[in-house]
Design a protein around this ligand. Sequence first.
Ligand SMILES: CC1=C(/C=C/C(C)=C/C=C/C(C)=C/C=C/C=C(C)/C=C/C=O)C(C)(C)CCC1
Ligand SMILES: [Fe+2]
Length: 560
Amino acid sequence: MSPTISSSLCTVAALSGRPGRRAGQPGGNKRAVAQPLAAAAVTEAPPAVIAPPPRPVVSAPRRRGGRGVDGGADELVAWKSIRQERWEGALEVEGKLPTWLDGTYLRNGPGLWDLGDYGFRHLFDGYATLVRVSFRDGHAVGAHRQIESEAYKAARQHGKVCYREFSEVPKPDSFKSLVGQLASLFSGNSLTDNSNTGVVRLGDGRVLCLTETVKGSIVVDPDTLDTVSKFEYEDKLGGLIHSAHPIVTDTEFWTLIPDLIRPGYVVARMDAGSNERQFVGRVDCRGGPAPGWVHSFPVTENYVVVPEMPLRYCAANLLRAEPTPLYKFQWHLESGSYMHVMCKASGKIVASVEVPPFVTFHFINAYEEKDEEGRVTAIIADCCEHNADTSILDNLRLHNLRAFTGEDVLTDARVGRFRIPLDGSPFGELEAALDPEEHGRGMDMCSINPAHLGKEYRYAYACGARRPCNFPNTLTKIDLVEKTAKNWYEEGAVPSEPYFVARPGAVEEDDGVAISMVSAKDGSGYALVLDAKTFKEIARAKFPYGLPYGLHCCWVPRDK
Ligand SMILES: CC1=C(/C=C/C(C)=C/C=C/C(C)=C/C=C/C=C(C)/C=C/C=O)C(C)(C)CCC1
Ligand SMILES: [Fe+2]
């Protein structure tokens, strides 16, 4: 079986007789060749460190994204663009930070949604803003900085969208024929590299920001937040899009690459320290007409779980200039929903079952269920499941996020637990792992103790809901054994993904802290440190300005 992805997005490149070219390195386009990006930052960005202004540095949308009020003091800035390129400074600490907390918390997310007088429409479109909080000896230093992607630099230079983002596309260039536009889409040239979704620390210590385009993999410096270089995959796997959430451990990296031409997924792994993905196996879709969206996927110790949900990629929507209700995707309930299980060692599929319809962006974890003799009988896979309803994508339009009227409009979500039997049965199960009322029927942006990745586990940390609300507004600690939740809430505040950091030497699964960045009701922002056991606040480290909402985080321990 050929490991080369035959995705429709590769078609033009393949036809042009330039095999093996890496995504993001189209022939003749010198801008796309790997090179340090920081040099551009020095000439184009403002001075290295800018003192914080007295008021939150946010700007309001002026067109399209809905009318906002200028970000003065006393109002939430979660959905407003950060105006400064960068800032760094000591944070005022309220409470007592644990002295063992020694390292850097990094958070990535779309923090800039305005270009001149043009406002983006969807949360996922914003240009990437990295936030850092470094903890040492009970003190905290904070910083933020825009990631210098090609897409961001071009937008800044030309004052308009220049690459295809999640929902925004560049205005059609009247000099470029339709064929030319199709060619640049299929070659990947016009796709964004705006790596605004995740941030991971690879086993070799490099820190990588990611999105769903392969070319949007960017290496950053966790200390300076400098954009260091493009992460170039040095293999022939091809593919222009991949799962935004690879599975990363100290020794390896697993990823899923959807194939839009021959609907399916390629499973690949990469050794720590390498840039070369290796083909492990392929899963053919059982439903059509395209693979399901795979924002993330889970693994166990011995297996990779490949989800196939009815929210599927749609080639026609990829080409459209105006966003459709489901953006680049389409809902195909009739196509069925499936879960596939691949053996990591052999690449063979050991189970492929039909499951009830589901909608998920974030898998939480998975593990192997064993019988008394230690034989693996089933795979358990947990996710943040939106009750098979795609409306969450509409909830996340900036207009809706900015227009909270007190009405309860956030759609319900739960911890969806799949049970995938390995005995050849054709069906798997999907049920709520606990009563969703425990976390207010809001559930997303989850982390676990990384020592339990792929293994049995008890606790998950996520954003839940206190209703009425239009967005998850609590932090919740889920106990999957007791089937209960502990919740943190502050009126009017928007917290982001709580990230678990274990205490050095910890034995118990919840011995550590959960760190979240909070955009407060009064326009301020702070890093919140909760005791992961009690889920009570230990300390908060306050930024002198409010920060926009952000998505995912990682932890970089200090080099000793
Ligand atoms: C640019 C192109 C694409 C980009 C896809 C992107 C940027 C997808 C990002 C998805 C994210 C950030 C999902 C997050 C979900 C968060 C939820 C549900 C939170 C809920 C509340 O707590 C493609 C679409 C891949 C097509 C090519 C072009
Ligand atoms: Fe995500």
